[in-house]
Design a protein. Structure first.
Length: 91
């Protein structure tokens, strides 16, 4: 895991928002087909909380979602763009 701090953080605590995000996330692949070496780039991190406890997070590098296996999809999954826009609006 990178020691760089995200340039922007969006905390989602609303249960309805979490439900919307989870519906999109369930359709995303867990593994990508490519690795990227990230230099200095903007990172958007979305953290999920339940009863004030963090239950998960997503990281976007240049608007591209880092998948659970630490890879990226090529081409990007359409759900990635939906999630990125969702979180970007909440910054």
């Amino acid at each position: 895991m990178s020691k760089r701090k995200p340039s922007k953080v969006s905390e989602i605590t609303d249960p309805d928002d979490i439900t919307k995000v989870l519906k999109i996330m369930k359709k995303l692949p867990e593994e990508g087909d490519m690795m990227k070496k990230m230099g200095d780039c903007p990172v958007l991190m979305a953290r999920f909380y339940l009863k004030k406890e963090e239950i998960g997070h997503l990281r976007f590098y240049h608007g591209t979602l880092k998948l659970p296996d630490t890879s990226f999809s090529s081409p990007a999954d359409p759900g990635e763009e939906k999630l990125f826009k969702f979180f970007k609006k909440r910054l």
